[in-house]
Design a protein around this ligand. Sequence first.
Ligand SMILES: [Ca+2]
Ligand SMILES: [Ca+2]
Length: 392
Amino acid sequence: MCTRRCLVPGLILLVSLLLGHLRAQDQQWLQYRIADRKTGWTPEFRDWQIELQANRPQGVRLPKFKHSNPCFGRWKTPLSEGGFRWFALDRSRANRPYYLLYIDSNGDGHLDDEQVIKGQTGVDSAGFWPVRVTLKGHEGAVTYHMIIQVIWRMGQQPLCLVRSGCWYEGQVKIDERMVNCILLDYTANGTFDDASLDPENADKIIIGEQGTRSAAVGRLVDVNGVFYELQVAREGGSIRLRKPTDLRFGSIKVPSGLTMLTIAGLNGQFYLKPQDRICQAPVGTYGLYGWQIEQKNEKGKVWSATGSFQGQKRPTIELTDGRQVDLDIQGPLVSRLEVRRASSGYVIGHVLEGQLGEQVTLMVDSSRPRPPKLRIWNQQRTFGEVFNFAYG
Ligand SMILES: [Ca+2]
Ligand SMILES: [Ca+2]
């Protein structure tokens, strides 16, 4: 009895050590990188607006401000008590942009213990980068950097934008090959594993050869046309990749000439290249995010049309095991004018749209073609003038 009793804990310890060893083996570590101190450069980002308030937050100890009307904001992060951090903006005079920042960097709920951060000022704005905070990670405190920008608006609270000022980067091993990997907190909330049906609300990963595009973080990641299960550490720092054992695929039939189809969902974001008009992707629910069609004209020039659903309602694609979805994204493209009255006349814009409402951009041999011209006649045909559109 005694021998058995003594052996059992030993076995448990041995098994848990083995499991720990296996887990550690497939965890691949990345290095922490911080935005350029002069320019604020990061590989990719999205700005998120934070509402500012004039009211002093209740129960928060505040520093001594220079101006009588500072303003306050809350940066939302799940890696903090209560899910946010207070910050305050101050200035020296009423007609100057806010250029001083206090942020609850240690998460104690107060601002009177914080060092003031002086922003880089422009005519009507101030930028703070990189702003360092300490977050509550899974296994202790983690460092995070962000970029905060404040833009002065006459008669209103300033516009406050936040984006991530850090990322993780390194080499990871896939099938005995080393490839570069970058993790981005695109949602600017301190975590690196946010997945969403809308890739604009998901964190991003760039993994593969040089020039690989970023993809929304999801259950899977496509590396050079092979799907791997992806697990991103919530606080960044590491990923796990595994070859799935029972991945099931659905197929999408696309028009001829289509060279790329971009779909995104909780599975991840995939840039699919069709083979004989068929794209294959793991089963799941996706939004159609974009497409590209290429055609060579008689002079040998390659014209490409790129459709993008950013901002518009995206068609949903439901991929089920072994079934085929037909995607009708054929032309014709619709050339539409947007006309609005301005104080001194009319502003006319030109938009090219696909049949599903997507915005279309034309390129010829990787450059923008010459913009179209617009001839306007009056009803009596006594006035007829040609106007030039310009990009930008
Ligand atoms: Ca504090
Ligand atoms: Ca995030």
